[in-house]
Write a protein that binds this ligand. Structure first.
Ligand SMILES: Nc1nc2c(c(=O)[nH]1)N[C@H]1C(S)=C(S)[C@@H](COP(=O)(O)O)O[C@H]1N2
Ligand SMILES: [Mo]
Length: 354
């Protein structure tokens, strides 16, 4: 990280101190312990008591619903293990600097979510013929670029009615922690983090495209301020490694002993299963294939390992990159955009072998 000289403002530091990342050594755990999963909260964590909370399902439906946590827990449960990554992961590695939550590479986690599938709930509410999108509203409120709002995002009906879309009330077998959306959150496996609305209180079916801030102003790939852009949707492929050896306290540069060194990590893509992970030990000049672990969940990350013969003392830059079955691959250079989204250029880890 020594090459990074971007100035981070005190406002950004305040965001970074609230919204913590996954310590990269925690890529070791196949399922991320809840306390190590990254968090991203635009406003404040709302104070929600389970008593008195209910989920409203309304809008363009024939049969509006109001469901308590007890009602939801009484329904047939479904479990999904899914990797979640913030669309801003990699933002702080972009030039020119983009002012927002300054993630390097740590905005990711892989958890097992338990809840109820969304589709039967929408079916029970009976969508009217003009139903077009489903708007999800969280209980948190705040101001963004002058616009006061509740955190809201919408999904097209094709996505909302898809398999594995959950209203989740448990993470890794425990009730959601306050920071992860207690008592209920949306989970749309494969999509970037912003889709998974926390502290969910309302599901409103609408007949017009939703125009909320998080849909039309934020979370779009825009080349410049005047560009309307295209929506941020599914996660681009990415591989990350557990940084090997031991870190320097200030720079986090690594030191490993001469000899064989096993590199390991995880890879994911929201578009299609990961089919290949490549490793470079010479800063991207040459690449070799890592071994992949079996894929035990379509939506969870895939483990990989690589036996590095670190036989020559010296300084190295290690990189890794993922490919998916749809032919997507991490680009060697980042593509800049106004919001600083989806920078999936390969991770670079500075290592001294001695
Ligand atoms: N209500 C609400 N939901 C939200 C957010 C939020 O600020 N408010 N942040 C979103 C973003 S940007 C991300 S990346 C994920 C983070 O989920 P996590 O904190 O459980 O990892 O939640 C999403 N859901
Ligand atoms: Mo995010």
């Amino acid at each position: 990280m020594a090459a990074l000289n971007a100035a981070i403002s005190q406002d950004e530091l305040q965001l970074a101190a609230r919204n913590h990342g996954l310590p990269l050594e925690a890529l070791r755990y196949p399922v991320t312990p809840a306390g190590l999963h990254y968090i991203l909260i635009h406003y404040d964590i709302p104070d929600v008591a389970a008593d008195g909370w209910a989920l409203k399902v309304d809008g363009r439906v024939a049969n509006p619903l109001e469901l308590t946590l007890g009602d939801l827990r009484a329904r047939t449960a479904q479990e999904v293990t899914a990797t979640m990554e913030c669309a801003g992961n990699g933002r702080a590695l972009l030039t020119p600097h983009v002012v927002s939550q300054p993630w390097l590479l740590e905005a990711v986690g892989n958890a097992t979510w338990t809840g109820v599938p969304l589709r039967p709930i929408l079916e029970e509410a009976e969508l009217l013929d003009d139903a077009l999108e489903v708007v999800f509203t969280g209980l948190d409120r705040g101001v963004e670029k002058g616009v006061e709002q509740s955190y809201q995002r919408s999904l097209g009906l094709d996505v909302a009615l898809g398999d594995d879309v959950l209203l989740a009330y448990e993470m890794n077998g425990e009730p959601l922690l306050p920071q992860h959306g207690f008592p209920l959150r949306l989970l749309v496996p494969g999509w970037y983090g912003m889709t998974n609305v926390k502290w969910l209180a309302g599901i409103t079916v609408v007949a017009e495209p939703f125009q909320g801030y998080q849909q039309t102003a934020a979370y779009r790939y825009r080349e410049n301020e005047d560009d309307e852009g295209t929506p941020v949707t599914r996660m681009q492929p990415r591989a990350l490694m557990v940084p090997p050896g031991i870190p320097d306290f200030n720079t986090r540069d690594r030191t490993v002993s001469v000899g064989p060194c096993t590199l390991e990590g995880r890879a994911w893509s929201g578009w299609a299963p990961v089919t290949r992970v490549e490793i470079s030990t010479d800063n991207g000049e040459t690449w070799a294939d890592a071994e992949l672990e079996p894929l035990d969940s379509r939506w969870g990350w895939r483990g990989w390992s690589y036996e590095w013969a670190a036989d020559e003392p010296g300084d190295y830059i290690l990189c890794c990159r993922a490919h998916d079955e749809a032919g997507n691959v991490q680009p060697l250079e980042a593509t800049w955009n106004v919001g600083g989204y989806s920078n999936n250029a390969p991770q670079r880890v500075s290592v001294t072998v001695e």
